[in-house]
Design a protein around this ligand. Structure first.
Ligand code: 4AD
Ligand code: MG
Length: 463
């Protein structure tokens, strides 16, 4: 007898096979005819498979009739064509074994719908629900598409460090990594002496693998890194996490236009794959989470992204027929409301905003000839706002050093990074896509805490 998944059992090709299924009971219903229906799910797909458990089973009265939502079971039986509509197959059980019971009074995921807020307090059980199962499968698919896209386009996957002494974004929102005793650190001149710390200097969790991956771009040409990143900003918003996953491609001999082309092709590929390989889950998101989802994603797939300079963007915002919570002015950062207005209302498609004021962006971005702006680009999408941030990098040593001083960074601390400009410097560009922002966009979910298995946010590091 073959062990198969619920996904396999639901296909018409399975009819006639004697199989074993293992999973969790979603519901049980006893028929007056003396048999029971069990809805079984094993996480392999959105839908359940219906098990028909006949009254003749030896343990029918003692076990089957007491199976509760959440119990784990092993079912042996034959796959049959189902007479019921909405499902191709069902399983006629010849054997039902209870593995682990779930107390009907105590099991927290009863049949009725729960709020996402409540489910966040059950992050260890919520993957058993339809919504969180679908998100986990979608997240997996997006991760696979990321690797496949870059592999097919000749990029090498580089593993950049999690612990680093460099502050890539220059924003100072770093988590410190230390083994010093917080109550009694060794001191020099009244301050903690980090030369006595584990690494002999101050170290942090990475906010981005970009600086390190640049060194591989400047030797292997096309590379990417994909891993967890950490930001200690105190942002309690539905779009920010303290720990999130970011994919960062980097290309040598490549300018900002090539970078925009790559970002657009990359996002479109991820959407196309999700629609193709997660069709059942995407239909669920459309029906249960966001009724405009599929239309919006189709629009993104089939239209070119709009490319607009920051300065033009500010002009559009100043002319917009609405008032803003955060004032709009050239030189100030765009807030979510501004980004979403441009993508959702004005252009109604993804927008790539480029050439931001130099004061708003990190030291590594290439300064334009106007001296006021840098070759930055942000990709803004309807429903989410900024999903990608990237730039052409400053390849001129003197300008880069000057930018570091301007942002109060010591060039000496980045001497290895400056070497890339000293020895065989090349124009190069790259970007970062936040995996969770991407899953938000693809699922229509509203809160980033619901698209990562165990969210870390200010005041919360449960599990
Ligand atoms: O725009 P960011 O800060 O860019 C960088 O880190 C560059 N080093 C990338 C590069 O050029 N290689 O972040 C990139 C993306 C954002 O567009 C957003 O999708 C996501 O990472 N992101 C976050 N996602 C969740 N929570 C946060 N706190 C995030 N901060 C950034
Ligand atoms: Mg950004």
């Amino acid at each position: 007898m073959d062990k198969i998944t619920v996904a396999e059992a639901r296909k018409a090709e399975a009819v006639g096979r004697h199989v074993r299924l293992q999973g969790w009971v979603r519901t049980r219903r006893d028929s007056k005819g003396g048999f029971s229906f069990i809805e079984l799910n094993d996480g392999s797909c959105q839908g359940n498979v219906q098990i028909v458990a006949p009254g003749e089973l030896a343990n029918y009265e003692a076990v089957v009739k007491h199976l509760h939502t959440g119990a784990s079971v092993v079912i042996d039986g034959e796959v049959k064509t189902s007479p019921a509509k909405g499902q191709a197959t069902e399983i006629l059980a010849s054997h039902v074994e209870l593995i682990g019971n779930a107390d009907a009074e105590k099991y927290p995921l009863q049949k009725k719908g729960h709020t996402y807020e409540f489910l966040r307090t059950l992050a260890h059980l919520r993957p058993r629900t339809n919504t969180f199962g679908a998100i986990a499968r979608l997240r997996h698919q997006v991760s696979m598409s990321i690797h496949q896209f870059f592999h097919e386009h000749g990029f090498y996957y580089i593993h950049t460090p999690i612990i680093t002494a460099s502050d890539c974004e220059g924003a100072g929102a770093l988590f410190r990594v230390t083994t010093l005793d917080p109550d009694a650190p060794p001191k020099v001149a009244g301050k903690a002496d980090f030369t006595k710390d584990f690494f002999g200097k101050q170290a942090y969790l990475t906010v981005s693998g970009q600086l390190q991956v640049e060194s591989f771009a400047c030797s292997l040409g096309k590379v990417y890194t994909f891993g967890p990143t950490f930001r200690a900003e105190n942002s309690n918003t539905p779009r920010h996490l303290a720990e999130f996953w970011m994919v960062e491609p980097e290309m040598a001999f490549c300018d900002l236009n090539d970078n925009m082309d790559l970002a657009e092709a990359f996002l479109k590929r991820i959407i196309a794959d999700a629609l193709k390989y997660c069709a059942e889950d995407m239909k669920f998101f459309q029906e249960r989470i966001d009724p405009d989802l599929l239309k919006r994603l189709d629009g993104v797939l089939n239209k070119p992204f709009k490319r607009v300079s920051y300065t033009e963007g500010i002009g559009l915002l100043l002319k917009a027929p609405q008032t803003w919570e955060f004032p709009v002015a050239w030189g100030s950062d765009l807030q979510s409301e501004h980004e979403r207005y441009l993508a959702e209302e004005y252009f109604k498609c993804p927008v790539i905003l480029y050439d931001y004021p130099r004061t708003l962006k990190p030291f590594y971005m290439k300064v334009n000839d106007d001296g006021k702006t840098v070759r930055a680009m942000d990709v803004l999408v309807p429903g989410v706002g900024e999903i990608i941030g990237g730039s052409q990098r400053e390849e001129r040593l003197d300008v880069l050093e000057q930018r570091m001083r301007e942002q109060r960074l010591e060039p000496e601390a980045y001497s290895w990074y400056l070497d890339l400009r000293k020895y065989g410097t090349v124009p190069h560009s790259g970007f970062g896509l936040g995996l969770e922002r991407c899953v938000l966009f693809l699922s229509g979910m509203a809160n980033i805490r619901d698209v990562i298995p165990f969210p870390r946010t200010p005041g919360n590091a449960e599990y």
